[in-house]
Design a protein. Structure first.
Length: 159
């Protein structure tokens, strides 16, 4: 009678050990599955962020292109004004070189020359400001394009 009890006990221990092993394997498989699923979830989130980043950078580039076009138009207008004023200054200087002008006319011309010189300086400063802003916009667009290219070529950020 003790032999069947011992055999039964051995079978019971084997079943418990087998159950533990199966449970452990199932536990490990579940953890591996969860980790894999979590990895895909974060990858999807990164891709979502990348898409919004791409859209934001492209929109910013569009806005910068529009702003650059406005600035270039203003710059052309300013350069035309600059040329016109420089021509007026040149004409006034030629007239001042004439020895036959009256003192009153000379004072008028010098006054006008002074005013035009001030106006010319202001226009040159404004044009320089436009050029600087265009350069800054172009640098920003270049950075945006670099970001776009890096995001497109490396969407999973694994590098």
């Amino acid at each position: 009678m003790p032999f069947p009890l011992i055999a039964l006990a051995i079978i019971g221990v084997k079943c418990v050990c087998g159950g533990c092993i199966v449970g452990g394997v199932c536990y490990c498989a579940k953890k591996a599955h969860d980790a894999y699923k979590e990895g895909h979830k974060t990858k999807r989130e990164r891709l979502g962020i990348s898409k919004t980043l791409l859209e934001d950078k492209r929109k910013e580039n569009e806005n910068l292109n529009k702003r650059n076009k406005e600035l270039e138009d203003k710059l052309k207008e300013g350069e035309n004004q600059e040329k016109q004023i420089e021509k007026e200054v040149s004409d006034i200087k030629k007239e001042l070189d004439d020895p036959n002008i009256t003192k009153q006319r000379e004072q008028e011309l010098r006054s006008k020359l002074s005013f035009l010189a001030t106006q010319l300086d202001e226009i040159k400063k404004t044009n320089k400001k436009y050029r600087n802003e265009i350069d800054n916009n172009n640098k920003t667009k270049k950075d945006n394009n670099k970001t776009i290219n890096n995001t497109v070529s490396n969407p999973d950020n694994s590098h």
